[in-house]
Design a protein around this ligand. Structure first.
Ligand code: FAD
Length: 436
């Protein structure tokens, strides 16, 4: 990468890992200065992950892809390990930085990090420019008439739809401006294996946005053996596709599908407005529930050996692939919190360590939905019966047999709890907890 005295601008890739239709990148590339693209292996985040974490493999593959394209254009991606503050200090010694560009991130840690970097660079006289990119509507763009955030999904989604104009979705054709990246020198690209990750091969399905595939989304999405989902999760999480592009491609294809994309933004704005949710229940009374938190139970749930086939199939799918079907996510989350009376934070943390599409706001929002503690949550007395759910959504046992080869033999686990007993126990503990 160029280290001459020329002034450059930095573009900081984070969860927008693509060269196409990238708002912040497009602004950097049209700034009139050459752009040095940077990715930071943030030790504050990576330090909490296991060395074989499959998301790092995915990340490395994406960065490799970006770097290959940049190399063809005569540039390269600068990847550095460390805390963002130390990295920016070192970049300040290496480049004459005119300004920094990045896309906004709404998670509490990211907000704190970005404000620390912005303050630091401001002291050096370097302005930072941030852009909306990962959502259609951010922060306060979809709020009630009194300016307060929506905490119930249906009115939020109605407002979202009324504000959304498909023909007005902006385009940021950053991919047409690759010549505006700074020319590379040698040795500027550092491989992810440097920070000590093993990077086992990972198989992330490409997104399925074809019209024929999504046309029946509302009918197929609940059946785990039908593979009726879009598999967009990891792509939206890492930003390998832009949300604007997704909406352009899927507009009017299936309203239920669009609704799911709105759920994503709903939970993002909820976490933005209520950052305490990272640790606490949205409804404080739910933090008074006396959880059983039995570690043996949790272990059986985690390893897919509870003796409840749909729960076990889902947990094994998650552990093996980093993905679990949405209907099954709801069933396993309800089972853990209600049948096994385990704090939703335990389940949330297990999902966070395994899901390729792990997204703090969606994971937290959905776990709190399942536990009954969240905004617009399922009422606590709604307890999924895992047997009935399996009969309804996997009647041919296709999904169950795929993930539990020993199903139907004596080697398969006996049910960990009696459904009726566990249901009554949950109802009574929840009731006394929240009325306490
Ligand atoms: P599709 O069904 O094709 O949906 C398209 C996109 O819409 C998804 O990729 C996602 O971005 C969004 N979406 C769909 N359903 C939801 C939802 N209920 N809440 C928020 N966004 C949604 N989704 C995550 O992206 N990250 C998570 O960490 C996550 N954790 C979850 C935990 C639990 C307990 C539950 C019940 C659901 C969770 N979900 C999470 C939501 C949902 O299960 C996944 O988004 C979906 O299964 C991913 O598959 P897909 O990409 O094929 O989704």
């Amino acid at each position: 990468m160029q280290t001459t005295g020329d002034e450059i601008v930095l573009f900081w890739f984070r969860r927008d890992l693509r060269l196409e239709d990238n708002a912040g990148l497009w602004h950097a590339l049209t700034s009139g200065y050459k752009v040095v693209p940077v990715f930071i292996y943030d030790s504050n985040i990576l330090g909490k992950l296991e060395p074989e974490d499959a998301r790092i493999s995915f990340l490395r593959d994406i960065l490799d892809g970006i770097n290959k394209t940049l190399k063809k254009a005569g540039s390269s991606l600068l990847t550095i390990s460390g805390t963002p503050v130390t990295v920016f200090k070192s970049l300040g010694n290496r480049f004459k930085i005119k300004s920094l560009y990045f896309n906004r991130d709404y998670e509490p840690y990211a907000i704190e990090r970005d404000s620390a970097i912005t303050d630091y660079l401001k002291e050096l006289g370097i302005p930072c420019f941030s852009f909306k990119d990962q959502v259609i509507f951010e922060k306060d763009e979809v709020v009630k008439s009194d300016g307060k955030p929506y905490t119930v999904f249906t009115p939020y989604s109605r407002r979202w739809i009324s504000l959304f104009k498909n023909d007005q979705i902006k385009s940021f054709p950053s991919e047409t401006l690759l010549k505006n990246f700074a020319p590379s020198g040698s040795g500027s690209y550092f491989h992810i294996s440097d920070p000590g990750f093993i990077c086992p091969p990972v198989n992330v399905k490409p997104p399925h946005l074809e019209k024929e595939h999504l046309a029946d989304y509302d009918k197929t999405r609940d059946f785990p053996s039908s593979e009726g989902g879009s598999y967009l999760g990891p792509h939206l999480r890492f930003g390998t596709i832009s949300i604007r592009d997704v909406l352009r491609k899927t507009h009017m294809v299936n309203r239920v599908f669009t609704n799911e994309l709105i759920w994503r933004e709903f939970f993002m704005q909820i976490l933005f407005h209520y950052p305490y949710l990272v640790e606490k229940s949205f409804r404080p009374e739910y933090d008074k529930i006396e959880w059983l938190n039995n570690e043996e139970y949790f272990d059986k749930w985690r390893t897919g050996t509870t003796g409840f086939p749909l729960v076990d199939a889902g947990m094994r799918e998650l552990n093996e692939t980093g993905y679990m079907h949405n209907r099954v996510r709801m069933v396993v989350a309800s089972f853990l919190t209600k049948h096994l009376l385990t704090d939703w934070r335990w389940g949330e943390a297990w999902f966070a360590s395994k899901l390729l599409d792990y997204e703090l706001s969606s994971n937290n929002g959905n776990w709190q939905w399942a536990a009954g503690s969240g905004c617009d949550a399922a009422p606590y007395f709604r307890i999924f019966n895992p047997e009935t759910q399996q009969q309804k959504f996997d009647p041919g046992l296709i999904y169950v047999r795929k993930w539990i080869p020993e199903y139907g033999t004596s080697s398969y686990s006996k049910p960990l709890v009696d459904h009726k007993y566990a249901r009554e126990r949950a109802l009574s503990r929840y009731k006394s907890g929240i009325n306490n």
